[in-house]
Write a new protein. Structure first.
Lengths: 98, 107, 502
């Protein structure tokens, strides 16, 4: 199926594994990024957000029900579109710079 | 662009003609027949007569297409320039350069 | 005492372990980072967004390996190879093992070199992690695919074949071109162009292809490696921006490298295009779709407007790649189909249903150009005269692929370009490959072209059987036509329905 032409606004995004570890993170992204779209592909979820995407530790912890280290995100990520503008204990921010 | 390198950078061409002695490489392309994905590359003596090159190298290769008839090969070109090779002329006399390209059509 | 934050720990355990030498000059300590003409004024401006310290690195890598090897063991124990859609699928994985895995090893070595030779500690540390990652990839790919070597041909001796076999000179020469370039060009070529710009066009097809075709082993490797790849991608983007921000004089040098490595990488990816459209019984998406999504949308419409800020433009010759998306996979398939007698994989004409899919995906070209060719090949095979190209093909001096590519606007017109250098002629498949040669002819005249080497007598002999023996290819087992291969016969036997009753 051919993708429709890209919208004027540039999106950023991540591809993550479609498993128990990553799904709560995707849910957290959906909560903190209302314009996020999720596309299901074999074994992976493609998350896209216009302009910028934030992954918030506190939101993930709420959904996961345990403490979560932002470094754990590394276990789930497949690919990323955009720059990592910030990655610290509390959040991961992905956006295009210019 | 000038050479940007650590130290001297001057190495011989791996496929220069002298490596092949009295032989050269010749590429042959059958225009208009997509069965062959690419031109063929042959190694042949520079002194090889055209008639022998055609009969012993081009024809056996092209005959892998069951529809090939050797006498049907016409419109010979060296790159994009038409030429009319005579059977007795050698590859060198015909001015086919080392790694040069010869093309033909059939029908 | 308060625990240091992630940022602080990273600073303490990487940057702050660096020192300024008093016993030699900086130039003496780092002698390889000036000759390319790239100007770096402040290595401390390097920002690594993945602030991984060695302890965190080891912890997460170990976790990934534990999970992956558990899956690989389970796959082996459960005869997982029997679950793939068809033994024909394994030709995709042969291409991967022979073509890609050795490049991982070369990357491992070169990133270790960079981990010594770059002036900045942040950059060195990122390269050190990547070096270990690439060795991990070499190992995990080998392990993931080794199961197939027990039961199928074409998987053995892959490092030897990588060094000798004609189609593998395509990926090998690609990487050698990078290894023999300076450190900044290498990072632009591999970290940026290959691991960021083009990476999705390599990894997603193989790994999604594995997933769709029941190859749990390769798929698991893929997902496990991709989390490392996100770090590599980030390194690639970081390094390009870092170089561009350091000095405006770097911009034209970088543009040239981006132009060169786009085209070299794109030609290499022709093998992936063929794999996606022709080697997967169950298709993920067409090459055209993948190209539109990953290159045109994500890169040209997403990344390049970002780079425009620095004065970087989309790569030279990208328009040709866009035009070729309509037929690249078929052109490369047609090359591999007629040369698989000399390869460590098998090929076959796709079944009618797959040809119909190709016609849907490529309405402008498939039925008019390729289906008639494939149907002729099928008829010849049915008559016991399976078509293989007799003799040797004309190769492009730069990409080293048999010259089966065509003029933009006419996919029936084979492209020929040539250049003269120091009295010798060189041939190319495209404007892109000619342009690459013309910039640095002194480099490409040294290319080890498989066809020419065979003619020089350096490949075991003058006949195909002698060359195959030198390649290490087990004739009749590893090569040729899929339908009549031992693999196909075995597959049919293993998948025979169980006979009920006594």
């Amino acid at each position: 199926m051919t993708e429709t032409p890209a919208p004027r606004v540039r999106t950023v995004g991540i591809d993550v594994q479609d498993n128990d570890e990553a799904r709560p993170i995707v849910e957290a992204i959906e909560r903190d990024n209302p314009e996020a779209t999720i596309r299901r592909m074999p074994g992976m979820l493609k998350v896209q957000v216009p302009r910028e995407m934030v992954v918030r530790r506190t939101t993930v912890e709420e959904i996961l029900g345990r403490e979560w280290d932002t470094n754990e995100f590394q276990l789930s990520i497949i690919s990323l579109v955009g720059n990592i503008a910030e990655w610290d204990e509390d959040e991961i921010l992905i956006k295009w710079e210019h | 662009m000038s050479i940007k390198a650590l130290g001297d950078y001057d190495f011989p061409a791996k496929d220069r003609q002298e490596v092949y002695g009295d032989d050269q490489l010749v590429n042959v392309f059958w225009e208009g027949n997509m069965l062959f994905c690419a031109a063929a590359c042959f190694r042949a003596p520079r002194a090889m007569r055209w008639a022998d090159f055609k009969a012993k190298m081009i024809d056996p290769w092209a005959s892998a297409d069951p529809d090939y008839r050797p006498e049907a090969a016409v419109k010979w070109r060296k790159d994009d320039k038409p030429f009319a090779p005579k059977p007795e002329q050698t590859l060198a006399q015909l001015g086919i350069p080392h790694k040069g390209l010869v093309k033909f059509r059939t029908g | 005492m308060a625990k240091a934050s992630m940022r602080e720990r990273y600073q303490l355990l990487t940057r702050d372990l660096d020192w300024n030498p008093s016993y030699v000059t900086e130039q003496q300590l780092y002698p390889h980072t000036r000759f390319e003409g790239i100007k770096i004024h402040d290595w401390d401006a390097w920002e690594d967004p993945f602030r991984l310290t060695v302890d965190a690195y080891c912890k997460y890598q170990m976790e990934k390996d534990k999970r992956l090897y558990a899956v690989l063991d389970s796959f082996a124990q459960g005869q997982g190879h029997l679950q793939v859609t068809d033994a024909r699928y394994l030709n995709a994985i042969r291409l991967f093992l022979q073509g890609v895995t050795p490049l991982e090893y070369q990357a491992h070595r070169h990133f270790a070199y960079l981990g010594r030779h770059l002036n900045g500690p942040g950059a060195r540390f990122a390269c050190l992690c990547q070096s270990i990652d690439e060795l991990r990839h070499t190992q995990t790919e080998t392990h993931a695919i080794s199961m197939y070597n027990k039961y199928y041909g074409g998987f053995h001796s892959f490092p030897k074949m990588h060094d000798r076999v004609w189609y593998l000179s395509v990926p090998k020469s690609f990487f050698d071109d990078g290894l023999s370039a300076g450190p900044f060009e290498f990072m632009t070529a591999i970290s940026f162009s290959f691991e960021y710009f083009l990476t999705n066009l390599l990894f997603v097809p193989f790994m999604s292809g594995a997933s769709f075709n029941g190859d749990l082993s390769t798929m698991s490797f893929g997902f496990s490696a991709q989390s490392d790849e996100s770090r590599h991608m980030t390194l690639g983007l970081s390094v390009v921006k870092f170089i561009l921000e350091q000095d405006p004089d770097n911009v034209p040098i970088m543009q040239d490298w981006i132009d060169k490595w786009f085209w070299r990488g794109y030609r290499l990816l022709g093998l992936v295009a063929c794999m996606m459209d022709y080697f997967l019984p169950k298709k993920v998406m067409s090459w055209k779709e993948a190209f539109e999504l990953y290159l045109e949308q994500q890169m040209l419409e997403g990344l390049f407007p970002d780079l425009a800020y620095y004065g970087i433009e989309p790569p030279r010759h990208v328009e040709q790649a866009i035009a070729e998306k309509q037929y690249l996979s078929s052109q490369v398939f047609w090359i591999l189909y007629q040369f698989s007698h000399a390869a460590s994989f098998t090929t076959t004409i796709p079944p009618k249903a797959e040809m119909d899919w190709l016609a849907e995906q490529y309405p402008d070209t498939f039925d008019s150009i390729y289906r008639p060719l494939f149907e002729k090949a099928e008829r010849m095979a049915a008559e016991g005269n399976r078509f293989f190209f007799p003799g040797l093909p004309m190769l492009c001096q730069t990409c080293q692929i048999p010259m089966g590519f065509t003029e933009v606007g006419d996919p029936t017109a084979t492209s020929f370009r040539s250049s003269q250098y120091q009295g010798e002629r060189y041939n190319f498949c495209s404007d892109g490959c000619k342009w690459i040669f013309d910039r640095e002819p002194w480099k490409y005249i040294q290319a080890w072209l498989p066809v020419h080497q065979i003619y020089q007598g350096n490949c075991g002999g003058a006949t195909i059987p002698e060359v195959l023996a030198w390649y290490g290819i087990d004739a009749g087992v590893d090569n040729g036509e899929y339908a009549t291969s031992p693999d196909a016969a075995q597959w049919a036997q293993w998948h025979q329905p169980v006979v009920a009753g006594g």
